[in-house]
Write a protein of this length. Structure first.
Length: 306
């Protein structure tokens, strides 16, 4: 679980930059109240941490603006663009003996470049920076709340509906640049029934049915997260908050405006939330697997292609 948690943290601080069209999106998420547990190393059962409980409200928004775009005969873009994303998390933690982060603010800005290399391969590169803080008070921010990130991925177009790629991502989450592997998977089946698998920003698996041109209902699994950088007991630490959710996701197109309303009702399956030292050893330590148990989940959002 520790490795999964770290991967989620890494994905959360990489700005998702998709060069398809100018798009604006916003989403509000509610994660219901549940108990807080510790998973010891080895095969030992999980342990409940006293009467500690918590819930969360998450607000996320993103804007993607292509600066230039040219499509080739395979309908693949050569594009430059800017992406801006942000999230705010309000954590309602109760009955904790140790101090817990109560809010997280993440703001990210980046540039991206997409380019087909030949009929079978494309390249995707990005470079950005962001603020990852346990507060919304800008007067309390320091340079240590700022992270840089970048990535280079080579994408193989195996089929018209299947792209698989790999490469490297670089970020300064440990206080210095580190290189990590990057994975890109995009697979879709179109039609009245459709299946979508994406490993780009995080993870999204969905299977849906188009009732008509305006309404679609899917069953989905999504993975997301946020990060705060701070000092605790005189040490630089990372507070990571991630969640894996599943449920039914309706999508309603509002006329011909390009505006779509989305939602999800289901369960939060796994929500790790814990501190780790801002070192490679601290991130992979086996003694800080703390998480909130299964709880109700609901979200509502809007997205618009311009």
């Amino acid at each position: 679980m520790k490795f999964i948690s770290f991967c989620l943290t890494t994905l959360a601080i990489l700005l998702y930059l998709e060069g398809n069209a100018q798009q604006v999106s916003f989403r509000t998420e509610y994660i219901g109240n549940s108990g807080y547990y510790y998973l010891p190393p080895g095969e030992k059962p999980r342990e409940k941490i006293g009467n500690s409980k918590g819930s969360a409200m998450v607000y996320q928004g993103a804007v993607n603006i292509p600066l230039s775009m040219k499509m080739n005969e395979k309908n693949r873009p050569t594009a430059w663009g800017i992406g801006l994303g942000g999230s705010y998390v309000s954590l309602k933690n109760r009955n904790f003996s140790d101090e817990m982060v109560s809010e997280i603010m993440n703001i990210q800005l980046g540039v991206y470049h997409l380019r087909p290399l030949n009929d079978r391969w494309s390249m995707r590169a990005s470079l950005g920076a962001g603020i990852f803080a346990p507060t919304t008070d800008f007067s309390k921010l320091t340079f240590k709340n700022v992270l840089g990130s970048g990535g280079l991925v080579f994408i193989r177009h195996l089929k018209p509906n299947l792209d698989i790629g790999g490469g490297v991502s670089i970020n300064s989450s440990l206080g210095y640049p580190m290189i990590f592997p990057a994975v890109y998977v995009k697979w879709k089946l179109h039609g009245k029934y459709d299946v979508n698998v994406e490993v780009i920003e995080g993870l999204e698996l969905s299977a849906g049915y188009d009732f008509n041109d305006r309404f679609k209902l899917s069953y989905a699994i999504e993975m997301n997260g946020q990060v705060a950088l701070l000092k605790k007991d005189g040490k630089d630490v990372i507070f990571s908050h991630q969640y894996i959710v599943t449920g039914f996701r309706p999508e309603l197109k509002l006329g011909k405006t390009g505006l779509t309303m989305t939602g999800m009702v289901g369960l939060n399956l796994y929500r790790p939330a814990a501190y780790s030292d801002r070192t490679l050893k601290g991130v992979f330590a086996s003694d800080n697997d703390y998480f909130f148990s299964v709880s109700p989940y609901a979200s509502v959002g809007l997205k618009m292609k311009l």
